[in-house]
Design a protein around this ligand. Structure first.
Ligand SMILES: [Zn+2]
Length: 324
């Protein structure tokens, strides 16, 4: 019997799911459903269970045996428990997601592994995407928040409690603008979407969007039309991102830094000045070897990576208790 993995990407708006062939890395089936984050933890868990059930039905139709289920979630994920997930209201405390799902799916006997969503995305890019073939990889997602994931010798590095890779909250400017994490001058506070919009409007990046409307996509489009203010805002954002990249390059000496997330859609407008600044600041030997690339797998990367993380977890012996 052929095998399959189920991957779930739990977002604030959507739950994306894939059925993945572990032998080829091919997505056999993909689906998307509303998270209904506002309806509370129970409703969200029930929606995840439905998404899993649909993929299980597809696997059954294809006569495939499901090896494992991986769920990628925002927030700090420590041994199956999600902490401080910022985009899910009611999840500010600790939600034992692995245990809750295990209870719902107890009959299936399929192990469940919960992973941080950015870790999952970076794992997918390292195994199947832009960083395929690289063993030392750091990934960043640029969006409203700035997330990070670290792969050392081909495996995710989680730290001792799942908190490693918070590269968005490394300090770039000691007395810089306040960050939502409580610190000042974090990479996220300087290159997150709100900071880019504020910079474009000529305001201090610390001021958070009172007037909705302008998006980074609009600023990128304006820059491509030659709008100088937009070009300057993205170039300065890229320069500050480059300071962060230099720190990453000096710390990890990666083969590749993969950059994903919506803001990465600005492409070279941000990434070219970022690479220039990184090359100016990082140790020359490291800077000469590292490649900086945009993520290649698109919006399914998180779900694909969750499935891969589950397979890795099973190999390690995680998720064995099903209802841990
Ligand atoms: Zn921060």
């Amino acid at each position: 019997m052929e095998r399959a993995l189920i991957g779930i990407d739990l977002g604030g708006t959507n739950i994306k799911s894939v059925l993945l062939d572990p032998a080829t890395g091919r997505v056999l089936h993909a689906a998307r459903t509303d998270t209904q984050a506002g309806s509370g933890v129970k409703a969200v868990v029930s929606n995840i269970v439905s998404a899993i059930a649909r993929q299980q039905a597809v696997a059954k139709n294809q006569r495939r045996h499901c090896l494992a289920i991986g769920v990628g979630s925002a927030g700090l994920v420590d041994r199956g428990t999600v902490r401080n997930s910022p985009n899910l209201p009611g999840w500010q405390g600790a939600v034992p997601l692995s245990r809750l799902l295990g209870k719902e799916l107890a009959g299936s006997g399929i192990p469940i592994v919960v992973e941080n969503d950015v870790n999952a995305m970076v794992l997918a890019e390292q195994r199947l995407g832009a960083a395929r073939g690289c063993r030392q990889v750091v990934g960043l997602t640029l969006g409203t928040g700035v997330g990070g994931g670290i792969i050392i010798d081909g495996r995710l590095y989680r730290g001792c409690r799942g908190g490693a890779g918070e590269l968005g909250h490394t300090v770039i400017s000691e007395d810089g603008p306040p960050c939502l994490c409580g610190n000042r001058g974090c990479l996220e506070a300087l290159v997150g979407a709100a900071a880019i919009v504020a910079r474009y409007r000529g305001r201090d990046p610390g001021t958070r969007g009172k007037r909705p409307g302008t998006t980074v996509a609009m600023i990128s489009a304006a820059a491509r039309r030659g709008d100088r203010r937009a070009v300057a805002a993205l170039r300065e954002t890229g320069r500050l991102l480059g300071v962060g990249l230099a720190n990453i390059v000096n710390t990890f000496d990666p083969e590749m830094i993969v950059i994903g997330g919506g803001v990465a859609g600005a492409g070279g407008l941000i990434l070219e000045p970022a690479v220039r600044e990184m090359e100016r600041r990082a140790m020359p030997y490291n800077a000469a070897h590292v490649r900086v690339r945009r993520a290649g797998l698109g919006p399914q990367a998180g779900a694909i990576g969750a499935a891969l993380a589950a397979a890795d977890g099973i190999a390690r012996g995680d998720g064995r208790g099903r209802a841990r």
